[in-house]
Design a protein around this ligand. Structure first.
Ligand SMILES: [Zn+2]
Length: 56
């Protein structure tokens, strides 16, 4: 689970019909900007808490 990419560094590569397509600069995955925003909400926070607790 540590290798999961959170796509924190993304670049917009295309815009079509009101949808932004972004590419992750870390893993190279391409997805819609809307998908990234909805998917990272909550989930990101949970993984951060777990990682921090384990690291300390
Ligand atoms: Zn990524």
């Amino acid at each position: 689970m540590e290798n999961v990419c959170r796509h924190t560094r993304t670049q917009v590569i295309a815009r079509r019909e009101g949808v932004d397509y972004v590419r992750c600069q870390d893993c190279g995955q391409v997805f819609e900007a809307d998908d990234l925003e909805s998917a990272s909400e909550g989930d990101d926070e949970e993984q951060r808490g777990v990682g921090h607790a384990a690291g300390e």
